[in-house]
Design a protein around this ligand. Structure first.
Ligand code: HEM
Length: 360
């Protein structure tokens, strides 16, 4: 950027507010430039993560806004996908960033660990906001922990600003990405028809029959090649089919979002379904990259502090390992268990509706 007045010239430092940014690594006691090289490293790594969380939250909110409408505009699906893909890539980057943290030796960490007091990543409100935007519910968390309760307490003690609290309250009231995703899936045209429970039901029944038929052939084959007895194999196959029935027809009623999801996953080759499929894949990818991020954090922590308690008061690594069980997009994961190979499925009805004609 150039200007008549050289005083108004935009510089790299101005644009990035670099001096302000680089003056924030001195720790709470304000040691300049930093308490020690190790502690500055610890601070820089955390701050870098928090900056990325900020970006992820913005991308997630953009995606959420585009989906939080009665009818998602199809043209916006690629845009939603691009917001989510950026988040996945950031998490992939963050998962490998723990390696830098591991250059801190356990002894060097212990030298300043007491100064952290009870502060902990547990209190990262940006991470909690991110989980809320995705749709992780308190009842899915270890011990049913509600992050809003802890943050309200911090706020009431003056340890969290009004604006941070207000933003969390705002996000808490929004539907999550998982909510809007399910709403969108429920509108999937199945066999060329949208919103007809009878059509959905017969598609689901057809799928369960295909599973049963395929299951029988698997049992016969396994027994024939001596890979187990029928008494052992049959209950496993049948419990898989029962699991699918419970998922697709809880209380005997069809769930439109789940039927829509099963349809998209079963007939991935249909041109009209290619973007819906991409969106689902991207959500799964995002959750997978987050899980790897959590897992690498836990391994770094185990290496750093062994099995001792966390500064936040949790059991430490055991707690972190338990968080690896978290799944937000539970239906997207569950449907994988009940897919049947394409050859064993009847062709969808009205396939030309999806831009596909028999023989394509
Ligand atoms: C020496 C480095 C680190 C150690 C030893 C460590 C240890 C821990 C421990 C033990 C916990 C469990 C809660 C507790 O009791 O404190 C935790 C949680 C957490 N840490 Fe770290 N951590 C380190 C670095 C980081 C960094 C660089 C970040 C990046 C922001 C981070 C983010 C988090 C988050 C978000 C949680 C909450 C996880 C959850 O509840 O799902 N940690 N950490």
């Amino acid at each position: 950027m150039s200007g008549e007045n050289s005083g108004a010239r935009m510089t790299y430092g101005n644009y990035l507010q670099l001096e302000e940014l680089l003056s924030l690594q001195s720790g709470p006691e304000g040691h300049e430039p930093a308490p020690s090289n190790h502690e500055m490293h610890f601070i820089v790594v955390h701050q870098a993560f928090e900056l990325w969380f900020k970006q992820v939250n913005l991308e997630l909110e953009c995606a959420l806004n585009l989906m939080n409408v009665p009818e998602v505009d199809e043209k916006q699906i690629p845009v939603i996908v691009s917001h989510l893909e950026r988040c996945s890539e950031i998490f992939r980057l963050l998962a490998s960033q723990w390696k830098v943290m591991e250059t801190l030796s356990p002894q060097d960490f212990l030298a300043f660990r007491d100064r952290l007091g009870t502060s902990s990543g547990f209190e990262s409100w940006q991470m909690r906001t991110l989980e809320m935007l995705l749709g992780l519910k308190s009842e899915q968390r270890i011990g049913g922990m509600d992050p809003m309760v802890h943050n309200r307490k911090l706020h009431s003690e003056g340890k969290l600003s009004d604006s941070v609290m207000a933003n969390m309250d705002r996000i808490d009231k929004l539907p999550s990405l998982n909510d809007v995703l399910l709403r969108w899936l429920a509108r999937t045209p199945v066999n060329g028809v949208s919103g007809d429970l009878g059509v959905l039901r017969s598609f689901v029944d057809g799928h369960l029959s295909a599973m049963t038929e395929h299951g029988e052939s698997v049992i016969a084959h396994m027994v024939k090649i001596g890979h187990g007895t029928e008494e052992v194999i049959r209950p496993r196959i049948e419990s898989g089919i029962q699991g699918a029935r419970d998922f697709l027809l809880p209380d005997g009623e069809v769930v439109p979002a789940r039927a829509g999801l099963l349809f998209i996953e079963s007939f991935r080759e249909l041109p009209l379904l290619s973007w819906p499929r991409r969106l689902i894949d991207t959500m799964v990818d995002l959750e997978q990259s987050m899980l790897l991020f959590r897992s690498h954090h836990a391994r770094m922590v185990e290496r750093m502090i062994g099995r001792r308690m966390g500064t936040g008061g949790s059991s430490g690594v055991d707690y972190l390992d338990m968080t690896l069980k978290y799944r937000v997009f539970t239906d997207l994961w569950a449907v994988r268990t009940m897919l049947v190979k394409r050859d064993a499925l009847e062709d969808p009805l009205n396939s030309d509706f999806y831009g596909f004609t028999a023989g394509n």
